[in-house]
Design a binder for this molecule. Structure first.
Ligand code: BG6
Length: 462
């Protein structure tokens, strides 16, 4: 038996915009709005309006989660739901009672709440008015919203995270056009990355001021480790820059309180460096995280770029590296992502050796598969053995990392109940529990029963 540490978090993660549905929300977030104007961009034209109906069904959903052995759950509070007047930062009473009910039910069901404050879901009015995360005004409005969350729910929520995968905002919205507003602007992308880091530090400062008993605050990053295609110096150099841009740009301010000097020098040289100030640098320095959440799905393999880095055109970080599709790699073809569980061990050791062995947990890991109906048995239970295999392999490498001394305190799968996934909508399903999106009927999959056994034993059978 591979035993995990005492009080290990066995759970799963979702987010407000992907599970709640738009019911009774006063404001549209950027995805609500994008769906309104371009529904054809979303798989089968399914938008976020109903999602997995968590707004109406939370009591039943949380009971199901608890029944599969989960002892913790991360979700997020939607800014576009909680706040009535985005400038004056007044709260919406219905939203307060909804989140109070969710939190109280979680606690009653033995689910430790982990509350995230930003999961790509900026209220679209703040983009229209100020340019969203391009603006430091929006940073301060976000801190106001975060402060309201701490004040309203901090008596019961003891684990908070400031962002989920802020890099996805930078890349999806400002470089590679996979999220609204689909801007391509390297300089803005760099400023947005900085502002998201600043927002996290300022929210941590506000959190500390409140002196909440036994409460901790962290952030969730998609640490996708970089592997060079070969040991050739040019491939290693490509991997070094990819790592700086993709991982260290968020990891180092969060943990050390400053940006990597090599990254700053590169952005300076390319004349895209962010606007900052001594006062902001001080805020970032003094407000680092208590714990780290790591989302891991697939590795990032890179090689030296085919083009020269000084090629003419919009500044893009990937002028310094090209993706490398490793021949013979294992892939989840439905999502197009390589399966490489060994990376979890590398992440664990990297945190131990290079990041002060900060307490951390796997905040997302999982496998999105399409048309899972084809795997139903006669009793209507989806036989998702591929998911069980995927989790077993990843947990085994995580266990090895913990045995080697890495300070990991939990594992959350993405996601408890099949939920809405941005442009992919309901194409790929990730949950331990399936969701019939026409009837909202929820059914535990084989992996859900398997997870219950793992959580109860606090370990994996050898
Ligand atoms: C993570 C996000 O990037 O991966 C989730 O935090 C997302 O919001 C998940 O749903 C799975 O990715 P996708 O694109 O298949 O939904």
């Amino acid at each position: 038996m591979k035993k995990f540490p005492k009080n290990f978090w066995w759970g799963a993660a979702t987010s407000g915009p992907q599970s709640e549905g738009r019911f009774h929300k006063k404001h549209a977030n950027v995805f609500d709005y994008h769906y309104q104007i371009e529904p054809e961009k979303f798989y089968n034209q399914v938008g976020p309006d109903t999602a997995s109906n968590f707004y109406n069904d939370y009591a039943n959903d949380l009971a199901l989660m608890s029944s599969i052995g989960m002892n913790s759950l991360r979700t997020s509070i939607q800014w576009s739901r909680l706040i009535d007047d985005l400038e004056l930062n007044t709260v919406n009473k219905d939203a307060v009672s909804f989140y109070n009910n969710v939190i109280d039910t979680m606690l009653a069901k033995g689910l430790t709440p982990v509350m995230n404050l930003h999961h790509f879901d900026l209220p679209v009015e703040l983009y229209d008015k100020y340019g969203g995360w391009e603006s430091k005004k929006v940073v301060d409005l976000y801190v106001g919203f975060a402060t309201k969350c701490f004040e309203l729910f901090g008596d019961r929520v003891k684990y908070w995270t400031t962002h989920n995968e802020p890099m996805v905002v930078v890349e999806g919205e400002y470089l590679f056009q996979f999220h609204y507003p689909n801007v391509v602007d390297g300089k803005k992308a760099v400023q947005v990355a900085y502002n998201l880091n600043l927002a996290s530090a300022k929210a941590i400062a506000a959190f500390k001021k409140l002196n909440l008993t036994d409460a901790q605050i962290g952030t969730v990053l998609n640490l996708t480790p970089t592997y060079a295609a070969s040991d050739k110096p040019e491939d290693l150099e490509a991997a070094r820059i990819a790592e700086l841009w993709n991982n260290k740009m968020f990891l180092e301010p969060a943990i050390f309180g400053h940006f990597p000097a090599e990254l700053e020098a590169l952005l300076e040289k390319d004349q895209v460096i962010w606007e900052t100030s001594a006062e902001e640098a001080e805020i970032i320095k003094n407000n680092t995280i208590d714990f780290l959440g790591v989302n891991y799905y697939h590795p990032n393999r890179v090689k030296a770029p085919d083009v020269a880095p000084d090629s003419v055109g919009e500044w893009m970080p990937d002028r310094y590296y090209d993706n490398f599709d490793m021949p013979g790699r294992r892939v989840n073809l439905d999502r197009g992502w390589e399966i490489y569980p060994e990376a979890i061990y590398d992440i664990a050791l990297n945190i131990k050796e290079n990041y002060g062995n900060i307490p951390w947990y796997v905040s997302e890991n999982g496998m999105g598969v399409s048309n899972e109906e084809r795997f139903k048995n006669a009793d209507g239970v989806i036989q998702d053995d591929y998911r069980i295999d995927f989790l077993t392999e990843h947990l085994s490498y995580l266990h090895q990392g913990i045995e080697a001394g890495s300070n990991c305190f939990g594992y959350h799968m993405w996601t408890p109940i099949d939920c809405w996934s941005w442009l992919n909508a309901y194409k790929n399903r990730y949950g331990f529990i399936s969701n019939n999106i026409h009837t909202q009927e929820k059914t535990i999959k084989k992996s859900g029963y398997w997870f219950k056994a793992v959580a109860e034993r606090n370990g994996l059978e050898d």
